[in-house]
Design a binder for this molecule. Structure first.
Ligand code: UDP
Length: 248
């Protein structure tokens, strides 16, 4: 599906992206292993294909496969703020797994954390993050925004705004945005593209409200796509029709 001219290789449509990966995407749904080695390798191989094209990649990873603050508060008698801190630490665990796997695949990486932990990773420093990307290093942003009551979708919106990313690529289990849940309804219709206003008007849940409004206010487009389809990030970056683009 990747377009290639005979004499001149096609150029990527996006130069700098934020890839948002949910923690759940790393889980083995059959045996419950929160970080599955094969899934991790598949994800990193897909990232490598895009990195090879010279695309600058910021990766924001969630922590839902390990801990979510709200659930901690509801089911485990853990205070929401404590739970959120645990959730942010969970994103750090996932980020370190991705770092290691990407390095094993020959992709240079730096991890930057919003909660300082100097034995583990660099602190988040915007200019340093941009410099890493300019030098061809994938930057993995962990520990969310560093604040409770936020999500890693909001982190992706924030980091994308800060680094002036061309797009947030949000990996989900389905291949785009539908008018109703395609897992439940056979007649669900997929949108090829949508404006922020249309998504709001139709009450489509693309990200949580904080993340969505941050993207809208800062003109950051969102591409919702299915990461489990081979070459999906590559195709999206090359401008081929993949998923649903939510735009201004
Ligand atoms: N979290 C937080 N502040 C942030 C980002 C995340 O407190 O800025 C916590 C929150 O408890 C959240 C958890 O970290 O539930 C894991 O993040 P998220 O739920 O976004 O992960 P995902 O659903 O993408 O796996």
């Amino acid at each position: 599906m990747v377009d290639q001219q005979a004499d001149e290789p096609a150029q990527p449509k996006f130069k700098r992206i934020v890839l948002k990966l949910s923690g759940e995407a790393l889980r083995n749904t059959e045996n419950g292993d929160p970080i599955d080695g094969d899934i991790l390798q598949t994800v990193c191989a897909e990232v490598k294909k895009v990195h090879k094209l010279g695309v600058q990649i910021g990766l924001v990873v969630g922590g839902g496969n390990i801990f979510r603050g709200q659930l901690g508060a509801e089911h485990r008698n853990v205070d929401r703020t404590t739970g959120d801190t645990m959730g942010m630490l969970a994103t750090t665990i996932n980020g370190l797994a991705l770092m290691d796997c990407l390095e094993k695949n020959g992709v240079p990486v730096r991890v930057q954390t919003a909660i300082p932990m100097d034995k583990v990773a660099e602190p988040f420093i915007l200019r340093r993050a941009v410099r890493h990307m300019e030098k061809g290093r994938v930057v993995i942003f962990v520990a969310g925004t560093g604040n409770p009551y936020f999500s890693t979708d909001t982190t992706a919106a924030l980091r994308a705004s800060e680094i002036h990313a061309d797009v947030i690529m949000k990996a989900t289990k389905v291949d785009g945005v539908y008018d109703k849940d395609p897992m439940k309804y056979d007649d669900a219709v997929k949108y090829e593209e949508l404006s922020f206003g249309e998504a709001l008007g139709k009450r489509l849940k693309i990200m949580d409200a904080t993340a969505f409004s941050l993207c809208m206010d800062n003109h950051v487009n969102i591409l919702v796509f299915n990461m489990h389809e081979p070459d999906s990030i590559l195709n999206a970056v090359m401008g081929n029709k993949v998923g649903t683009l939510v735009h201004e």
